[in-house]
Design a protein around this ligand. Structure first.
Ligand code: ADP
Ligand code: MG
Length: 228
């Protein structure tokens, strides 16, 4: 079963996002505040308190870093023609280490021609990094992640297929809500960020998923040129 995401409805309005950020950052702030008070009043220095403060600060830093990706300039001035295959190969190389730790193999796409799309290369990389990261995190042991890229008329469809835990319809519906995560240390921002980037590049994302079997995310972009 395939689910096409409704861009405007599901995706974060500014207010929803602000509420989410406020909530996510307030929790670690409250904790930091509390432990600093404890340290101030306690006789001896407690290393445990310091580690909690450190990890809560890291969490805030992590959230802020993810959010910064969203605020990066996405004007036409940074947009250029991008050759898709080398970009995908760079991303695969970048993610191979994390995959290898779990004995996961990432299979690159086989393309007979080069495909050019228009966009901001760093943001485009971010899309595939987030997709691969989620694919790796969804698999708890060895397996294969397959990337396919195929031109269809004046569009290219790039899919990332994993053998992971899959998603229920309910989970698919919740995707795109800022801070929706099922992971203990997840931020729930990855999908929202990539969806934003894809949307800004005139593309779309579809999801096919079967619980316990795996998930395929497919992103579609307009092609500006192909070359034999
Ligand atoms: P995070 O990875 O920090 O949890 P994301 O926005 O990247 O945030 O993903 C949100 C949620 O969507 C994940 O917590 C997970 O439940 C689900 N998800 C995303 N990608 C996959 C996938 N490939 N397989 C299974 N579930 C996924
Ligand atoms: Mg993620």
């Amino acid at each position: 079963k395939e689910e096409r995401l409704m861009q405007s409805e599901k995706l974060s309005t500014a207010g929803q996002l602000a509420a989410g950020i406020a909530h996510e950052i307030r929790n670690p702030l409250t904790a930091i505040n509390g432990f600093i008070k404890l340290l101030r009043t306690s006789e001896r220095k407690n290393d445990n308190y310091f580690s909690i403060i450190e990890s809560e600060l890291k969490r805030i830093e992590f959230i802020v870093n993810e959010l910064l990706v969203l605020s990066k300039p996405q004007g036409s001035h940074t947009s250029k023609p991008i050759d898709l295959l080398p970009l995908l190969e760079q991303v695969i190389t970048f993610m191979n280490g994390e995959a290898a730790l779990k004995n996961i193999e990432i299979l690159p796409p086989y393309l007979e021609q080069s495909i050019w799309i228009h966009g901001e290369a760093n943001q485009m990389k971010q899309v595939f990094i987030n997709l691969l990261k989620n694919a790796i995190e969804a698999m708890n042991s060895s397996g294969v992640i397959r990337i396919h890229a195929r031109p269809f008329d004046n569009e290219v469809r790039i899919s990332v297929q994993d053998e992971g835990c899959g998603m229920t319809q309910e989970q698919i519906n919740a995707l795109g809500k800022p801070f929706y995560t099922t992971k203990e240390t997840g931020t729930g921002l990855g999908f929202m960020i990539m969806h934003n980037i894809v949307h800004n590049h005139g593309g779309s994302i579809t999801i096919e998923s079967t619980p316990q079997q795996g998930t395929t995310f497919t992103v579609t972009f307009p092609i500006i040129a192909t070359e034999e």
